[in-house]
Design a protein around this ligand. Structure first.
Ligand code: SF4
Ligand code: SF4
Ligand code: SF4
Length: 583
């Protein structure tokens, strides 16, 4: 309908957009780029930083294009000399209170402030004066906050409050003292932060980043006496290529394995196999709970940011959580027991490095419960970004690498393991095994389309063996909270719930390649990455975890059966009520 559209002119180009479209969006629709800093589509659209200013003919002063709606007949200019000068002043002011150390900054090369400073040819600091100084918060195992590099865009605050509904950080003080902080300015380690890392994904600068632990990996790789094993999560293979300029969602499984071998890892295993064990244990636990009609709905436990969230916010619902460890923890435990025994390697000499899309897994691996015989299941967790940095340091031309296979006997995985990396995937993988277990048949219907897709909450009813089972998959902690409130109030009638802390699941995890605000507003990053995992699943010869030969073999030779004494000891865990504030 014509009345739903407006016509305007931007930089001399006629533009027709839907009513309600901002000038920024309208300009981008016709390929005119307006620079932004505080803008983050659908999350932080507040017009604070004033980088996106434009001139509108007939109006005085500048308008902020990220909030100003396009109107019929508007004539807009986005790059006059006055606008360029005003943007330079904005940048000068920001930079005058910024710790500039691009040479040693973790975000150099992928920093929105640096990009704009280059673009606007900022070669010296115009306004020099006192700078606010902040202590660096590096107490947590997952996140480092360096507010000397904060530009007060508040993208992190909006993400933590709106997307995650956690509210661990907020803007405090005014004027020169203004900053983003936590309750009482305590470390993120001591407040209600879940370590989901979504604030890192939102941050345009190096003010927030993961706790780097690659130095220790290099040390271990140097040490001839240490047997260094890498395992890689399902979601990493769909994103690592982006760090080397490859299109979003390129499947780089083979190149990733080659790179890890070149780095010197003694073995490279696939965490997807660990995911198959998680499914075996989780499906068994689900069937048992259904038979005994207790602790339903059962809620998945493979996302450590989510686990920390429920421990802090809904401890009364902890009995609903599956007792299964997450796939990489299960796999680490098996590497240091079954594999060590089989290969005659002293488990004390094995160093397991998990390459993960997640920064909460750095916290998870240190939980005291994640130990067996005094040894941690996993010794180090590095993110997709950290692995990319290691590959770059080793001067490996990633895009030129050939493909290699994961090492056996722990490298064989199924399509079910692959889809663990996306929201709804754990549910779908578990249902494939649960339906065969409950019916005693080898059912052909294995695609559960109802739990796929972009929605933050996906509800479905699946019929297994003549019985309707209600399931829901939620991603993002705001959505998790909604489901938990339903369960708490007794209104929920689900039997099985999948929850992942990050919106969209691990493919959008806090340790994944960071996409600029512009890319995030123009491309459906989640969809591109998720489709890679579904393609891997479709092309897999084995798509059900219980049909994985290596899984069958390890149960036969070592674990006996899902839920056995040994399986419980190695593959399951327990949870604890956790204080939100340790202060
Ligand atoms: S945050 Fe950006 S501008 Fe600041 S030091 Fe790091 S790379 Fe440079
Ligand atoms: S890691 Fe997650 S919970 Fe913690 S401050 Fe960042 S967004 Fe909030
Ligand atoms: S920490 Fe990053 S996202 Fe948060 S306000 Fe500062 S610059 Fe913006």
């Amino acid at each position: 309908m014509e009345e739903n559209f407006v016509n305007l002119t931007i930089d001399g180009q006629p533009v027709k957009v839907k009513k309600g479209t901002t000038i920024l969006q309208a300009a981008r629709e016709v390929g005119i780029d307006i620079p932004t800093l505080c803008f983050l589509k659908d999350i932080n659209e507040v017009g604070d930083c004033r980088m996106c200013i434009v001139e509108i003919e007939g109006r005085r002063g500048f308008a902020t294009s990220c909030i100003q709606k396009a109107e019929e007949g508007m004539v807009v200019h986005t790059n006059t000399p006055d606008i360029i000068e005003a943007r330079k002043v904005v940048l000068d002011l920001i930079i005058s209170n910024h710790k500039i150390d691009c040479l040693t900054c973790i975000r150099s090369g992928n920093c929105e402030l640096q990009t704009l400073a280059n673009k606007f040819n900022i070669t010296k600091v115009e306004f020099e004066g006192d700078m606010t100084k902040h202590d660096i918060d590096d107490l947590s195992p997952s996140i480092v906050r360096d507010f000397n590099k904060c530009i007060l865009c508040r993208r992190c605050v909006a993400t933590c409050k709106k997307v995650q509904k956690v509210g661990a950080i907020d803007s405090i003080n005014r004027g020169f003292e203004s900053c983003v902080s936590t309750v009482g300015n305590h470390s993120l380690n001591d407040v209600n932060c879940t370590f989901c890392g979504q604030c890192i994904q939102a941050c345009p600068t190096g003010a927030l980043h993961e706790k780097e632990t690659t130095d220790e990996v290099w040390e271990k790789l140097k040490d001839q006496d240490t047997y260094v094993v890498a395992q890689t999560a399902p979601a990493v293979r769909a994103t690592l290529g982006e760090e080397f300029g490859m299109p979003i969602g390129t499947n780089v499984t083979g190149k990733m394995v080659t790179a890890l071998k070149r780095l010197g890892f003694d073995k490279v295993f696939d965490t997807n196999t660990g995911a198959d064990f998680t499914i075996m244990e989780e499906a068994n636990e689900f069937v048992e709970r259904c038979q005994q009609n207790e602790n339903l709905p059962m809620i998945t436990s493979c996302s450590p940011g989510w686990v920390k969230f429920i421990e802090m916010n809904y401890p009364e619902l902890l009995p609903h959580l599956s007792t299964c460890k997450s796939p990489h923890q299960m796999f680490g435990a098996l590497i240091k027991t079954y594999y060590a025994q089989k290969e005659g390697i002293d488990p004390n000499k094995i160093y397991v490095v998990s390459v993960m899309p997640c920064i909460a897994k750095k916290f998870e691996r240190q939980r005291p419960e994640m130990k067996n015989n005094g040894l941690y299941d996993v010794d180090n967790v590095i993110t997709t970004r950290e692995l990319a940095r290691m590959i770059k340091q080793a001067n490996i031309e990633f895009t030129q690498l050939g493909d290699s296979e994961f090492d056996n006997p722990m490298g064989e995985a199924t399509g079910a393991g692959a889809i663990f990396g996306t929201s709804g995937g754990v549910m779908e993988a578990a249902l494939r095994t649960a339906q065969d277990t409950l019916t005693g048949e080898n059912l052909e219907k294995i695609d559960f389309e109802q739990v796929r897709g972009a929605d933050g909450i996906k509800k479905a009813t699946v019929n297994i063996g003549g019985k309707d089972i209600k399931v829901v998959a939620a991603s993002g902690l705001a959505n998790a909270r909604e489901i938990l409130e339903e369960i708490k109030s007794g209104k929920a009638d689900y039997q099985f719930v999948e929850i992942m802390a990050c919106p969209g699941g691990c493919i959008m995890g806090g340790g994944q390649p960071i996409k600029s605000s512009k890319i995030r507003s123009e491309v459906d990053v989640r969809k591109l990455r998720a489709s890679t995992l579904y393609t891997i699943d479709e092309k897999s010869t084995i798509r059900k975890s219980h049909e994985n030969p290596i899984v069958k073999k390890i149960y036969q030779e070592y674990l006996e059966k899902p839920g056995s004494y040994r399986a419980e000891k190695l593959l399951h865990t327990h949870y604890q009520e956790r204080e939100k504030y340790k202060i």
